[in-house]
Design a protein around this ligand. Structure first.
Ligand code: DGY
Length: 326
């Protein structure tokens, strides 16, 4: 029996490659740069499986180019790059990698929050510049994090991991979400529910942890920034388009908020030039980027693909109805 043909738009990691190579005839994109769209479309013509990153759009055009495709396994928990309806219509299973990146992502959201509050970007720049003249009493004074109020928008696994870290910093934790968290969770995390407007008005730091959906696209717009404290900071490790970047820049220009720390952008890898300022910390979409976590993500994607070809339910199906219909 020939092995099913699979295309991976990245070389993945050794552990994931071993899982895939035992069960599939796999071809990888190995260049450092992301593959051009037409190259991917050409490669997937005869493939039954795909392992892709969030930089690949899996839409109707893609699926037309891959008529034999049975599974698209995203190496990410977010799946706004995948048109689930289009996959379902064509009987293609889509999967993601939930659960393994929550703590790593929360670590990084905290890294950003600390960095912007304590002006680490500016400090590092000064230390490397050769212009540092030595200790001074009012040099690069930032804001305390400990004891402040952290507002969490989206209280799922990552939002809760963010809250758990705040316990050690004696912070007041507020959260808002479409669904209120169970009482035991709220109690363990010492968190309080607020509606969005109250959270905006009360928080010193606001950290976003919502998926990108039609409802959350542009969620943080001008009126939201105008409701925040002028001393407050916005942290975004969720998805760039959740924030209206032009409105954020206008709010920073007008001093409506104190600063921002961003890992994600509206049109990656483009970064709005108005965000390149001292009171904004910028990272290139790194929140889950620890070797341990990225390896786990690749292994999960590999296991999803192999499960399907073994006739099993892939553990992380996003459109289970595809297999139920079959
Ligand atoms: C995801 O998984 O959705 C991240 O953005 C990449 O880790």
């Amino acid at each position: 029996m020939p092995k099913p043909k699979v295309y991976a738009t990245h070389p993945l990691f050794e552990e994931a490659r071993q899982i895939l190579e035992a069960a599939c005839d796999i071809e990888y994109w190995t260049n450092e740069e992301r593959p051009p769209r037409d190259e991917v479309l050409r490669r997937v013509k005869d493939k039954e499986g795909l392992i892709c990153l969030l930089t690949e759009k899996i839409n109707d055009e893609f699926l037309r180019a891959a008529p034999k495709l049975r599974i698209a396994a995203n190496v990410a928990v977010g799946f706004d790059n995948i048109d689930l309806d289009a996959c379902t219509k064509r009987g293609v299973v889509a999967t993601n990698t939930p659960g393994v990146l929550d703590e790593t992502t929360a670590d990084f959201a905290w890294t950003l929050m600390m960095a912007v509050a304590r002006r680490l970007g500016e400090g590092e720049h000064l230390a490397r510049s050769g212009n540092w003249k030595g200790w001074n009493l009012d040099q690069l004074c930032g804001s305390d994090v400990w004891g402040k109020t952290l507002g969490i928008v989206g209280f799922g696994r990552i939002g809760r991991a963010m809250a758990r870290r705040a316990l050690g910093f004696q912070m007041k934790v507020l959260y808002t979400d479409a669904v209120k968290a169970p009482a035991d969770v709220v109690q363990a995390l010492n968190a309080e529910y607020r509606d969005m407007n109250s959270l905006l008005a009360e928080s010193d730091f606001i950290s976003l942890h919502v998926p990108l959906t039609p409802e959350t696209r542009g969620l943080f717009d001008a009126p939201k920034f105008y409701r925040m404290k002028p001393t407050a900071f916005l942290i975004n490790t969720a998805r760039g388009p959740v924030v209206d970047e032009a409105a954020l820049v206008a709010a920073l220009d007008a001093g409506k908020i104190a600063g921002a720390a961003l890992d994600v952008y509206e049109n990656e890898p483009f970064i709005h030039p108005g965000l390149k300022r001292p009171n904004v910390v910028l990272a290139p979409h790194l929140a889950s980027a620890s070797t341990e976590t990225r390896t786990k993500m690749a292994v999960i994607a590999a296991n999803n693909v192999v499960a399907l070809f073994k006739g099993q339910m892939p553990p992380n199906m996003l459109n289970a109805s595809v297999l139920k219909k079959a």
